[in-house]
Write a protein that binds this ligand. Structure first.
Ligand code: SAH
Ligand code: SF4
Ligand code: F3S
Length: 481
């Protein structure tokens, strides 16, 4: 664990979402009890835990807390699943495919569990927060020991204690509107890039999306707690901090302007040090000129805006319940580009929303041509049980949706190719992230574009200037300068 991370401690939250301190104190007691049990069962070496997280960065940040708690209980973390004494999948429910992969992987754990029944197989995260999934696990996967939802991560010490000492299966999907828990232990995956959640849940109920159902109501962390965590990360040497929320622009939206998202960006930007601030996700409905002005004026805020548009057609946007239209989106983009000529813009698009016609899809293509995104995350609509869009009639078949999907990705590839070609000969500041399997270094620009170049591994985690020598569509080659 990194030195700056606290163990479970007094939390500074006073909202209606705060978990009572007595509940957290109880978990501290369980932590000590689990430690004792594990020491007696594993006298020679620590038990091993394998944790795998699916889904978005918010879920990855939860996974880091889960790992932090497991380490505080006395587990060592392992990447070798078959060696583990505890396997935990932190799941995602955003599309059916994400869920199918989890069921497949859980199926593969049966022999591992049956080889030693004292092993613990645990499932948590968004997928588990859906009753029909938890019921299916209960009935069809009897070798799964522990299932818990997104609102009770802080109760992991108690869950593990019950698994170890009662041998009974544990299911806890409680939580309702959700909560905010400060002070949980964190085992961060990175040493120079950190995820920093600033809010949880979502109130938007986009008609296709399961997130509001599995993550509860939108709630913001305390302003000072976020700034303090950023300060500690920077003091510990982190070079990139990504502020996370499903709709960061509505951070503290019921509070005074001095506590809202632009103010938070300014406060973190004011922290001494050489680092980048990133944030995601911005919802176009709540993206304001003030936010774009703030991005432009804060030197440490990376000039990258991830602004999911989902569709370029007004009727489809309305059916999606997105609360903006094409014109508003394009005017935001125009303003952003005027203020930040080098801004890199990325987006998410859903192809094949129920009833989307060929002409309506053409509007998405024309918007993509107009904006010229740096990159796109493209998805084929996946009906999520319980959402409004899942009940909408849909005359278009999968083959047609696949055709449209290809048209969109082909278009984006040609745009990205032209964009990267124009980067040739230019010098970019990158944060060096890793070495590639070809023995090169890989770094990311402020605009979130990857450049690979020869260099010493000792440079990983530092900022370097790199000249682009050979631009390809997705990866650019360069050299240090
Ligand atoms: N809060 C973010 C999105 C989080 S989910 C926002 O509103 O922008 C990430 C992306 O998954 C979404 O932007 C959307 O493009 C995609 N997505 C969500 N639900 C989906 C579904 N049912 N089918 C296909 N794609 C979906
Ligand atoms: Fe889902 Fe919409 Fe909330 Fe994003 S804003 S998480 S797409 S409901
Ligand atoms: Fe998936 Fe949950 Fe994130 S559904 S995208 S892990 S909020």
């Amino acid at each position: 664990m990194n030195a700056e991370e606290p163990i479970l401690q007094e939390q500074a939250v006073s909202s209606r979402f705060a978990v009572p301190q007595a509940e957290l104190d109880k978990q501290i007691e369980y932590t000590a009890m689990v430690e004792t049990v594990l020491q007696s069962r594993f006298p020679d070496k620590k038990p091993l835990a394998f944790v795998h997280t699916y889904g978005c960065q918010g879920n990855v940040a939860d996974g880091e807390k889960i790992k932090g708690i497991l380490v505080s209980l006395g587990y060592d973390l392992t990447e070798e699943i078959d060696d583990a004494d505890l396997v935990l999948y932190n799941t995602c429910a955003i599309r059916e495919h994400a869920q199918d992969r989890v069921f497949g992987n859980v199926g593969k754990r049966k022999a591992w569990k049956e080889a030693d029944r004292s092993r613990i197989l645990a499932l948590c995260g968004c997928m588990m927060q859906q009753t029909y999934v938890a019921d299916k696990i209960k009935k069809s996967y009897p070798y799964v020991d522990l299932v818990f939802g997104t609102h009770v991560i802080h109760k992991l010490p108690e869950f593990i204690y019950r698994c170890l000492c009662t041998g009974k299966r544990v299911f806890d999907l409680s939580g309702g509107d959700g909560n905010v828990v400060e002070g949980l232990p964190i085992h961060r995956d990175g040493t120079f890039k950190a995820w920093l959640p600033i809010m949880y849940g979502c109130n938007n109920f986009c008609s296709y999306c399961v997130v509001p159902y599995v993550r509860g109501r939108e709630r913001s962390r305390d302003f000072d707690a976020v700034v303090e965590e950023a300060r500690r990360l920077i003091a510990a040497g982190y070079k990139e901090i990504t502020l996370l929320g499903q709709n960061v622009n509505s951070y503290n939206k019921d509070k005074d302007a001095s506590l809202r998202f632009p103010a938070l960006l300014r406060a973190i930007n004011d922290i001494e040090g050489d680092f980048w601030i990133r944030f995601m996700t911005s919802h176009p409905r709540d993206c304001t000129k003030e936010l774009l002005d703030t991005m432009a004026s804060c030197k440490k805020v990376a000039k990258h805006l991830h602004l999911p548009v989902q569709s370029g057609n007004d009727r489809v946007l309305q059916e999606m319940n997105r609360h903006y239209d094409r014109e508003k989106y394009l005017s935001l983009i125009a303003y952003a580009k005027e203020k930040m000529p080098d801004l890199s813009i990325t987006s998410d698009i859903i192809v094949g929303f129920p009833g989307e016609t060929a002409e309506e899809f053409e509007d998405t293509l024309s918007l993509v041509k107009q904006v010229r995104f740096t990159s796109l995350f493209t998805f084929i609509f996946s009906p999520r049980p319980g959402t409004k869009a899942a009940a909408m009639s849909d005359p278009f078949d999968r083959a047609e949706k696949n055709r449209r999907f290809k048209a969109l990705t082909d278009l984006q590839e040609s745009i990205a190719g032209a964009r990267t070609a124009s980067m040739k000969g230019k010098v970019f500041r990158v944060l060096v992230e890793e070495s590639t399997k070809d023995g090169l270094l890989s770094g990311r620009t402020e605009g979130n574009v990857i450049i690979v170049f020869p260099g010493d591994e000792a440079l990983i985690g530092s900022f370097q200037n790199v000249e682009v020598t050979e631009p390809k569509t997705w990866i650019l080659k360069g050299r240090l300068c």
